[in-house]
Design a protein around this ligand. Structure first.
Ligand code: ZN
Length: 289
């Protein structure tokens, strides 16, 4: 399967994927006789094209109901200097990407301990900001590889979780939000099943966040707990609009709210958010968390 990428971005992606490679091979899941498993490698075919080859361990085809992709929103941007997706706090700065990554790291630890296989769009977010278009390319390349390998036709799906924190002009704004895009099911062969599945996944994540944080505001709509996006969206939300799989984006608190921001810095608080995502995945896998 081939995907086209800007030449400048090839090195960035290759570095990222080689890290996937190392991480997966070092993971305890793979040690048990599946040494060749979990390989993502990147080969340059010509000046302008990149071939992404994505392989997942054989046992995932048998044991796991879905393949999960964890995305931690944004990354470090040297030019940013506390001007974008961040807020000044005296001499220091609260960066959204740092919070997103900490939650994603905790989630991945929980998944590792449970032996649930997943991929991450970005493991180098402390070094640079991987563009949304590259994140979309990685997710769609993975989905295409799994389609080609017959994983999807075996009734399994790819589910993307993109983890974020929210911001607003109003300092008092607080709470959680879950977004998904049900409109994109129109592109799928089985639109009804797709809509039903997306509804289930989004409702479960919303419910688990509400259970973890009963004292917090949950920002749903009058008709559902989660919010639906449309294909017209830009920016970070386009990750759920333009990826060819089930996709959810969670906004886990407002870093522009001083009280909530203090909570968001606590590892216990981050773990609770990770736990809500983890329990959602466990429920999709029919296992006890
Ligand atoms: Zn964000």
């Amino acid at each position: 399967m081939t995907i086209r990428l800007n030449k400048e971005k090839i090195n960035d992606i290759r570095k990222l994927l080689s890290l996937f490679y190392t991480r997966i091979l070092n993971s305890p899941i793979v040690h048990i006789g599946f040494l060749l498993a979990g390989i993502i490698s990147c080969l340059v075919y010509s000046y302008n094209y990149e071939v992404l080859k994505v392989e997942i361990p054989d046992y995932i085809y048998i044991n796991q109901k879905n393949l999960y992709i964890i995305d931690s929103g944004h990354g470090f941007n040297a030019k940013n200097n506390c001007k974008w997706k961040s807020i000044k706090e005296g001499d220091s700065c609260f960066y959204e990407y740092e919070f997103n990554k900490k939650v994603a790291d905790q989630l991945c630890k929980l998944l590792d301990n449970a032996g649930i296989f997943y991929l991450r769009t970005d493991t180098l977010s402390d070094e640079r900001d991987l563009a949304i278009s590259d994140r979309i390319a990685i997710v769609n390349a993975t989905k295409a590889a799994l389609d080609e390998a017959g994983y999807i036709s075996a009734g399994k799906s790819v589910v993307l979780f993109s983890i974020h924190a929210n911001a607003a002009r109003n300092e008092q704004a607080s709470g959680f939000e879950v977004f998904t895009n049900i409109d994109k099911c129109k592109k799928y062969k089985d639109q009804v099943l797709c809509e039903k599945d997306m509804h289930i996944v989004a409702t479960r994540l919303s419910d688990h966040l509400k259970l973890m944080f009963p004292e917090k505001k949950f920002r749903g709509t009058s008709k559902s707990e989660y919010k639906k996006t449309s294909m017209a969206n830009d920016g970070e939300i386009s990750l759920i609009d333009k990826t060819n799989c089930y996709a959810l984006l969670s906004e886990n608190g407002f870093y522009t709210n001083p009280v909530e921001r203090e909570e968001m810095k606590q590892p216990e608080y981050q773990l609770k958010i990770a736990m809500a995502h983890y329990k959602t995945i466990c429920s999709l896998e029919n296992i006890n968390p």
